[in-house]
Structures are given as structure tokens and as C-alpha cells.
Design a protein around this ligand. Sequence first.
Ligand SMILES: C[S@@+](CC[C@H](N)C(=O)[O-])C[C@H]1O[C@@H](n2cnc3c(N)ncnc32)[C@H](O)[C@@H]1O
Length: 275
Amino acid sequence: MSTENVKQAVKEKYGQVALRVIQGRSSCCGTAPRLEGCPDPITSNLYDGSQASQIPAEALLASLGCGNPTALAELKPGETVLDLGSGGGIDVLLSAKRVGPTGKAYGLDMTDEMLALARENQRKARVENAEFLKGEMEDIPLPDNSVDVIISNCVINLSADKDRVLREAFRVLKPGGRFAVSDIVVRGEVPVEIRRNLELWVGCMAGALAEKEYLAKLTKAGFEVVSIEPTRVYRVADARELLSSQGIDVDAIAPLVDGKFMSGFVRARKPTPSS
Ligand SMILES: C[S@@+](CC[C@H](N)C(=O)[O-])C[C@H]1O[C@@H](n2cnc3c(N)ncnc32)[C@H](O)[C@@H]1O
């Protein structure tokens, strides 16, 4: 698939997801079309009660992440945060509360329906220090050196040009700025055919990088202190239904795939002139 085709497919998929939420139905990645009323093992139970109580129910319903970047990133009052692929806006609204009235949280998304949903959630949450921008993370519509922290939740894996996303993230971060992103990551070797089927399962998250590849790309983009911390490791049992429905002998492949996909928290820093 060309980069443009990937973007078009992603836009259509998330446009439909946003409309489902606007109609009062749940979002969901993974096997969502067949499983009405998920939670699925990837997006479920990511936010605790104290976070959920700060945002409108619709923002939580629209959550399509695979982690909780605002819980793991250290956000300080007065900072500027940018969320790549902000979806229904959950992490932007939580960030805006953390950085307070002297700070600002931007959400960036390319899908009109998601932007509409996020802006409506912002209105309901009465959050004023947030702004949702239309655009692509491969071409971020913000100036150089303007952001303290980049967060993202299960979006970079969707890009067909991850090097470009990481270069753009590096460009907009201030020196010393932090990259603090939740993403799906592949650990070790997974046979190509099986990987394709697993990516089907993770639906929203196809295109995951291997751990080593991710770290190498961050370093190539100029980042330092790069690391990936596992936050949720997926077991073959989580994907059993989908793999069986594809005619795959799950027990036979279990040793090859069990625990090979994980949600990880990816950290990196833009160097300062003195570092
Ligand atoms: C898996 S959802 C995650 C949404 C949100 N981060 C969350 O945790 O609920 C992916 C979102 O990223 C957006 N997206 C995907 N690729 C993008 C790109 N290249 N540039 C900007 N937004 C993108 C989609 O429109 C969608 O809203």
C-alpha cells in the first residue's frame, strides 16, 4: 500500500469509529466489528477512576489507545504538550488539566470526524487551554522548538513513514523536550504470515515496529536516552478467537507468538546544546 492509500484507509476507519461514538456506541480496536460491546484486551481499563472522573464519558468511550501516556509522562504546570493522533481527545484533555492554565495542550489529528468529536468533548469538559489542530503527524503544523512534551497513544504504529514522524517530533520539540508515547511494539522474531494475522487482530494498530527498530529510528532522528518500557504484554489467548476464525491452528503457533506483541511506553529526549 502506498503512503497515501494507508492514510486514506486510516481516515476512513477512524471516521467511522468517531461516528459510532457520536451515536452513543463504543469505540474499540481489535476485533471490534465482530464484538459489539468490547472491551478488548488492548484498550480496556487504561484509565483509573480519578482520571475518568475528569473527562466527559464520551471522551472515555472514544478511547482507542493502548496505554496511558499522561499517567507515565511527567507533565508540569506551564508546559506545552502535543498529542499526535489525538482521536476523541482523552489524553489532550487530561494533559490540559495537568499543565494548568499557564500551559497548553494541542491535539493533532487528520480525521475530520475525530476532530469534531474531540472539540465537542472539550466543550463538555470546559477545558480552555486545549486546541485541536487538523493535520498529519508526518507534517506537524507547529513551529520548530515549540513543544515541551510529545505524547501519543497507539498512533505512530499506523504511519507508513515513521522516520518522518520522528523527525517532525524532534523538530517541534524544544531542546531538552521529551517524547513520551504509548505504542504497540513487536518483541523478537515473528514469522511474516503470522505477524500479518496478528496485526489483523490488533486492527487499529497494524504496522507495529520491532523494539530494536523503534529505538534505532529514534536515535537516527536525533533523540537521546531512548527506552521502551513494556506496559501490557499480549498473550495468544487474547487473539484466539480471531486466529481460529482465520483457520489458524492456534495451539500450533502459540509458542511462536505468545507474548510477542506488547504495549510499550516509549521515552526519548531531544538533546540540549550542552548534553
Ligand atoms: C488508534 S486511534 C488513537 C486515538 C487516541 N490517541 C486515543 O488514545 O484514543 C488513532 C488516531 O490517530 C489518527 N491518525 C492516524 N494516522 C494519523 C496521521 N498520520 N496524522 C494525524 N492523525 C492520524 C486517526 O485519525 C485516529 O484518530
